[in-house]
Design a binder for this molecule. Structure first.
Ligand code: SAH
Length: 234
């Protein structure tokens, strides 16, 4: 069996740390799917604009070399309990294939390049896209579905604040990176720290990358405080 990517995605998430654990959690996570030459044909996208949401099938390219194990410890269970790989959305699985439903924000042609804008993504930058299909509510949405240990959306951090300097830096960068404030806040309220850190006092200063920015933050008694936002290489 041979599969080759139809496209690669440009994403604000440049590293695995702080990527939300599912799509839909961070609406301001905007991506651009850039089609490979063989598929950079507007005919392939005819009537795609009629669908508000799309399924993306993709390759967990960053972790696929690490293989898989029959059981995994999902963060939702505090990283302590083991469940079968097929009862999880873990990235460490046979074939390393990911599946996400995303918002369709429309396609556009830029010179020879054909690109499709998507929102609410949970994909790493440069992830190879294997296929795209429309999301079809009458078949795909099952309101009465049971979801075991993942029934409820994960609890969120209550408050995200910006220091005075982060606030100024945000003003500077928002022009270049649309919806940056919303992106930072909605990434942080998911609490990107490893599960075992959640219930402990934590004085650590964390850094995360979004676009070309490095964002420093720490946990305070009532939420998260963003300390600084700088260009990655400064
Ligand atoms: N919605 C997908 C992904 C769930 S796991 C699915 O159910 O299949 C979500 C995690 O995938 C994110 O936290 C991120 O760290 C990881 N991820 C996203 N793109 C990746 C990639 N290209 N390679 C490896 N891991 C990736």
């Amino acid at each position: 069996m041979e599969i080759s990517p139809i496209a690669y995605i440009k994403s604000p998430y440049k590293q695995k740390f702080a990527i939300p654990r599912q799509p839909g959690l961070v609406k301001a996570a905007l991506g651009e799917i850039i089609f490979e030459a063989d598929y950079a044909d507007v005919n392939c996208l005819r009537k795609l604009g009629e669908f508000s949401h799309l399924w993306l099938l993709f390759r967990f390219h960053e972790t696929v070399e690490k293989g898989w194990t029959p059981t995994v410890q999902p963060p939702r269970l505090g990283g302590k309990e083991k469940v079968g790989v097929f009862a999880t959305r873990s990235t460490f699985r046979p074939n390393g294939i990911g599946l996400s439903v995303v918002e369709n924000l429309g396609w556009q042609q830029q010179g020879k390049e054909l690109l499709l804008r998507v929102g609410s993504i949970d994909l790493l930058d440069q992830t190879p896209i294997l296929d795209i299909k429309p999301y079809i509510p009458y078949a795909d949405s099952i309101p009465q579905a049971r979801a075991g240990y993942a029934e409820e959306a994960p609890t969120k951090i209550e408050k995200v604040e910006f220091s005075d300097s982060a606030e100024r830096q945000l003003d500077d960068f928002e022009e270049k990176y649309p919806r940056l404030r919303e992106l930072i806040i909605s990434v942080l309220i998911q609490d990107p720290r490893p599960a075992w850190r959640h219930k402990q006092p934590d004085e650590k200063q964390y850094g995360m990358s979004l676009y070309e920015l490095n964002i420093k933050w720490r946990v305070e008694s009532d939420g998260i405080k963003v300390l600084e936002i700088n260009l990655e290489n400064d």
